[in-house]
Each structure stands twice: as structure tokens, then as C-alpha cells.
Design a protein around this ligand. Structure first.
Ligand SMILES: [Fe+2]
Ligand SMILES: [Fe+2]
Length: 268
């Protein structure tokens, strides 16, 4: 297993990305003063942001796979274009998050084989169902949860650079969480009852993967979360639990994708 490590080319490719996604250079790079925070907060912030870089990278892979699946099932062209464009958003988020991680003192090593980065879908399903599975896991669930988590982190962030990066990321995440539902608007009549039931199970399984975000205590044991540097708190955890109902289970039910109430109650 190799450590997760990023490469950057610079030059024409960097210039192209920044023409498409302006604003990176206006952020207050070089102003982060770690001496204003307890050491434990700095270390926890490095861990949170290292993980954040990985999450953004994995999101780029997920929306890439969604784009390909949507092309394979003939989804509306403008909807596919949005998915492909979100891939570039996520790669820009990778850039911002990793630059911030460097300013926090560098990434915490993370062992991960990039060959496994693509989202896992049920073997043998047709392209329409494959696209629906990724739309539900990546957009309807993951992105719907990242919005309240980031919003609370930004509200608590006292450091101007951390606040600026979070604001830039958050501005993009709302539409990322919409795409999955817009795909379902188009696909739902084609999906069988069996497929809808399978999507409901997959959604619950994905929510279960994220449940530690609102169930766990921080790794540093009794230390407070580095709220000024990008962590969040009990209010953020409550917002995540609420999002499961308001932004995921409720909207999916309107498509006949009924999440198991008992399992959800146990998770939240
Ligand atoms: Fe992102
Ligand atoms: Fe996103």
C-alpha cells in the first residue's frame, strides 16, 4: 500500500484551471499563525484537512464515474456537462485544501491505493442503475452531508485563510448535492421497484459510513475540536443528523426510494 500523494504540473495546465476556477490567488495565503492555537488543535486540523484533501480527490473520481455512467445511459447532455464540470470543481477543491494543509504544517500520511478510488457499484447492473447508484451515494448522500458540516466549520472558523477556503468550497457544494436529484427527475420512471429498493439500501449503507461524523469523539480524546481551524462541534453534529432526514431521506422518498426507518433511527 502506497501513501496518498499528489502531483502538480504547473504552467499551462495550472493557468487553464485557474482561468476556469478563479479566486485562488485572492485568498490570504501565508497569514496562518499557528502559534495562536494550542498544539493539539494544530495537529487535529492537519488531520482534518489531510482527510479533506482525500475526500475532495475521491469526489472528483466519483463524479468522473458518474459522468461516464450518465453518458452510457443517455442522460440529458446538459446534466452530464454539469457532472463533468463538478469534477473540475472537486479538483480545484483538492488544490485549495492541499495548499491549506501545507500551511498547517503538511499532510498527515494516509495509506490508500489509488487504484481503488473509483466508486463501487453493484456488479452487473445496467448503466442507468449504475448512474443512479453513484448519483445517490455521491450526490444525494455525501454532498448533502458535506454542506452542513462545512457550513458549521465556516461559521466557527476564526482564521481568515481557513474561513476563506471553507467559503470557497461551500459555495460549490450546494449544486453538487442537487445533481443526484436532478438525475432522478429524469431517470426515476425508468427505474423498477426492485431497483428503487436497492437504491434505498445503498443510501442507508452510505449514511452508515458517514455516521461516525456525528457519533464519534475527536481522535485527540478530550481536547476540543480545532474549531478556529476548520473543525466543527455538537451543533455541527446535530446539523448532520438533521440533514439525513431533511436533505436525504425526505427528498429520496418523493422518488419512491424509501429508506429503512428503523436503521436510520439507530444511526441518528
Ligand atoms: Fe468539494
Ligand atoms: Fe462536492
Amino acid at each position: 500500500m502506497t501513501a496518498f500523494e499528489l502531483a502538480w504540473r504547473g504552467g499551462a495546465t495550472e493557468a487553464r484551471l485557474h482561468r476556469r476556477r478563479p479566486g485562488a490567488d485572492e485568498l490570504p495565503w501565508g497569514t496562518l499563525d499557528l502559534s495562536r492555537y494550542p498544539d493539539a488543535h494544530g495537529l487535529e486540523a492537519r488531520r482534518i484537512w489531510s482527510n479533506g484533501v482525500f475526500t475532495e480527490y475521491a469526489s472528483a473520481a466519483a463524479f468522473s464515474a458518474l459522468t461516464t455512467s450518465m453518458l452510457q445511459c443517455g442522460a440529458p447532455v446538459d446534466l452530464v456537462a454539469m457532472s463533468a464540470d463538478i469534477v473540475v470543481d472537486e479538483l480545484f477543491h483538492v488544490e485549495l485544501s492541499s495548499r491549506l494543509t501545507m500551511e498547517l504544517g503538511g499532510a498527515v500520511p494516509l495509506a490508500f491505493d489509488l487504484a481503488d478510488i473509483a466508486p463501487v457499484t453493484t456488479p452487473g447492473v445496467r448503466p442507468l442503475m449504475r448512474a443512479a447508484e453513484i448519483a445517490v451515494t455521491t450526490s444525494c448522500v455525501s454532498e448533502s452531508l458535506s454542506v452542513p458540516a462545512m457550513a458549521r466549520s465556516r461559521a466557527l472558523a476564526s482564521d481568515p485563510l481557513v474561513r476563506g477556503v471553507l467559503a470557497r468550497l461551500l459555495a460549490d457544494e450546494g449544486p453538487h448535492a442537487r445533481l443526484g436529484f436532478w438525475f432522478l427527475d429524469w431517470a426515476i420512471d425508468e427505474l423498477t421497484d426492485h431497483e428503487r429498493a436497492a437504491l434505498a439500501r445503498i443510501a442507508v449503507d452510505t449514511i452508515a459510513v458517514y455516521a461516525p461524523l456525528w457519533q464519534d469523539e475527536p481522535d485527540c480524546g478530550t481536547c476540543p475540536l480545532p474549531t478556529g481551524l476548520g473543525g466543527h462541534d455538537a451543533i455541527g453534529k446535530a446539523a448532520l443528523k438533521k440533514a439525513v432526514e431533511v436533505h436525504i431521506a425526505g427528498p429520496l422518498a418523493r422518488y419512491g426510494i424509501e429508506l429503512d426507518r428503523g436503521t436510520l433511527a439507530a444511526l441518528t
